[in-house]
Write a new protein. Structure first.
Length: 470
């Protein structure tokens, strides 16, 4: 019943290089046990493993059952870290799988959206059989929308956009009282589902939103994004102690936070918070009959210009056209569903450019360097000159609201220089956090001159700590 082991190489690749995580995962998972489980569930005599794909976090393999229906089962397993699972990572992955399954089950039970069917899943790492968490799900027919979108005719894209609009409206109709991850208790009624914080592994700590979302739930989008920007400011202040350009990074983080009340409309929260699957994008939207009558077969950033595109990219004009069509279809569909309403969702999508740029800059460091200038221009106007941006930040830091904090950062820069001169690069390494640097200079405090920058800084920090305690 068990099939032969999978190849360690992707069937979509011609190269011999294997990502370390894929290699570790392929060797760790007991694929024959997973195959036997699927065969047992479907009453098949045997099966063969086929195509293998991988993303940033998961390995996906297709199991071809030898039954009359020629069933194909999709196996999704988390990529294992090269240095193995620790307690935090395993807890986080288990939580994410449970929430992923809950989301898919909710959509399947309470909406008309077509999604894969969950066949079986496990969150156990110590399982003596498969030896990994996994999800087995049904395969969806069709091609990824991302593979055909750019070559489709206008009418074909319009057909798909209308279907995307219906999916978004369906998801938006499912409301919850807070922001975070969806989980399910016993039963399938709506009361069985609830919202609670999601655990994230240490490997994800660079994602600011992950830090925020792992701690609590939120009942306001404004409060949520303020928490994210506060976390960003905390990172700027407490990492890379004494870095020369730290004041500039802090000022930009402060600027981002200051714009939240102008960007987010709190009235949109009044009806609750809609379902928002993180993987609802063109790579996971499957379509069939592309040439005749495109049809989404399962669950839209695909009409947003890629940050690295130049202005003369031919797809830019296509995206402008598609964005306009999407806004039109959204307004028509929302008006049809609620003739007496004010089409708040349509208005939100029509005016979402600022929010899109803000969230991309805040949550994705790689996008920041490309999109920040566009975001600044969106706030202050396309005619805002580069000199104005510089003058704006210098005004904040030299004589404005950020003056005192920037003075402290300048002091920290001088403190680090003295520590580096005294202790050397072997101890005062790059990228020390505020707390690690403080522990270091306290350990060697007797090596610093009395009245010097380090001793003065330590005295102030001790006084600040004493005041906080009392």
């Amino acid at each position: 019943m068990a099939s032969a082991p999978l190849s360690l190489h992707s069937h979509d690749s011609d190269c011999d290089w294997v990502d370390a995580q894929i290699d570790v995962t392929m060797r760790a998972v007991h694929w024959s046990t997973l195959s036997i489980l699927a065969c047992t569930l479907y009453g098949a005599d045997s099966a063969d493993w086929g195509k293998q794909l991988n993303g940033a976090y998961n390995l996906v393999c297709f199991l071809h059952l030898h039954d009359q229906q020629k069933t194909i089962v999709v196996a999704r397993v988390p990529l294992q870290p090269a240095d193995g699972w620790n307690s935090d990572r395993s807890t986080a992955i288990s939580s994410q799988i449970i929430s992923k399954v809950a989301m898919m089950e909710y959509i399947g039970a309470h909406t008309n959206i077509q999604i894969p069917h969950i066949i079986h899943y496990s969150t156990y790492f110590s399982d003596s059989g498969v030896r990994s968490p996994y999800i087995l799900m049904s395969k969806v027919d069709g091609a990824p929308l991302s593979s055909v979108w750019n070559t489709m005719e206008d009418r074909q894209r319009d057909t798909v956009l209308r279907q995307v609009v219906e999916i978004i409206l369906e998801l938006s109709s499912q409301r919850f009282d807070r922001i975070r991850a969806l989980f399910r208790e016993d039963g399938m009624s709506k009361n069985a589902w609830h919202i609670k914080p999601m655990s994230f592994a240490n490997a994800d700590s660079s994602m600011i939103a992950h830090r925020v979302l792992s701690s609590k739930t939120y009942t306001s989008s404004t409060d949520y994004w303020i928490a994210v920007t506060n976390a960003n400011i905390d990172i700027e202040l407490n990492s890379n102690f004494g870095r020369g350009l730290k004041a500039s990074g802090y000022a930009q983080a402060w600027f981002m936070r200051s714009l939240i009340p102008a960007l987010y409309n709190p009235s949109l929260d009044a009806a609750g918070f809609p379902l928002s699957p993180g993987d609802f994008h063109s790579q996971n939207i499957m379509v069939t009959d592309v040439n005749s009558n495109p049809r989404i077969t399962a669950y839209p950033l695909f009409i947003v210009n890629h940050p690295a595109w130049k202005d003369d990219n031919p797809l830019c004009a296509q995206n402008i056209r598609d964005q306009s069509a999407f806004n039109k279809f959204m307004q028509e569909a929302e008006l049809k569903r609620d003739p007496e309403g004010c089409q708040m969702l349509s208005q939100a999508f029509t005016n979402c450019r600022g929010i899109y740029l803000f969230e991309q800059c805040l949550c994705y460091p790689l996008s920041y360097s490309v999109l920040y200038d566009q975001f600044f221009a969106h706030v202050f106007g396309d005619n805002a000159q580069e000199e104005f941006s510089v003058d704006y930040y210098w005004a904040l830091m030299d004589n404005g609201l950020l003056k005192k904090r920037v003075q402290r950062l300048d002091t920290e820069r001088d403190v680090r220089r003295e520590a580096l001169d005294t202790l050397g690069e072997g101890l005062v390494i790059r990228n020390l956090s505020w707390s690690t640097f403080k522990d270091l200079v306290m350990k060697y405090h007797d090596r610093f001159a009395q009245g010097g920058k380090v001793q003065e800084w330590l005295a102030v920090e001790r006084q600040t700590q004493w005041v906080a305690i009392t």
